[in-house]
Design a protein. Structure first.
Length: 212
């Protein structure tokens, strides 16, 4: 009976392409989707190359365009996201360009070091910041689900933690008393901007995928 259910249950076969080659993002999203009946696939598993070029500072537009690009390449429902880091003391910078703000081909360490340098001398009460994540799932060019998740925090004066990626070592979450880099994947997924965007999307996504 159980075996038959696995073989015939439509939701068990529902596939979703995670449209990213960022290993950190992929790890977090796959962990979030692990408890669902969705079958997650990656670009590498499908043998496709996602070569979308970002031309906008609008994270919602970029997320939608990334998702559509992946759907065109794969023919599968495709989930994409784009994230901005908004630092109030810097007028909202680095914003949507956080990945390339300090150079096109720099390491994560060089990015957060560059941010700390820009913020030298700024007191903690003025170091407020937030990660803003826009997420989209494309079922076709004109059929998309979208959501947003936000995580408020402050920029620490020095890095802490070895986990995460990007600016995580310097993004301090006051209610936890830790930076994102000090959290396990599960701990981060309980509060992160990316997790909140997916949680907002998941009920609609599940309804669509199980009927797809």
């Amino acid at each position: 009976m159980g075996q038959g259910t696995r073989d015939t249950g439509h939701e068990k076969r529902a596939k979703l392409l995670i449209a990213t080659t960022n290993k950190g993002k992929l790890r977090e999203l796959m962990a979030l989707l692990n408890e669902t009946p969705i079958q997650v696939v990656t670009p590498d598993e499908l043998g496709i190359v996602l070569d979308y070029e970002e031309t906008s500072d609008d994270i919602h537009l970029v997320a939608r365009e990334k998702a559509i690009h992946a759907w065109r390449k794969s023919g599968l429902p495709s989930l994409a996201e784009d994230t901005a880091l908004e630092v109030d003391a810097l007028g909202g910078l680095p914003g949507a360009r956080a990945k390339v703000f300090f150079g096109e081909n720099v390491s994560d360490t060089e990015r957060w070091r560059g941010l700390l340098k820009l913020m030298e001398g700024i007191p903690m009460e003025k170091r407020t910041a937030r990660f803003r994540c826009a997420m989209a799932v494309a079922f076709s060019e004109n059929d998309l689900l979208t959501s947003e998740g936000v995580l408020e925090g402050v920029i620490a004066t020095e890095p802490h933690g070895e986990g995460g990626f990007g600016y995580d070592p310097v993004f301090f979450v006051p209610q936890l008393g830790k930076t994102l880099a000090q959290l396990s994947v599960d701990e981060k997924n309980a509060i992160s901007h990316r997790a909140r965007a997916l949680q907002a999307l998941l009920p609609k996504l599940m309804r669509r995928l199980t009927a797809f």
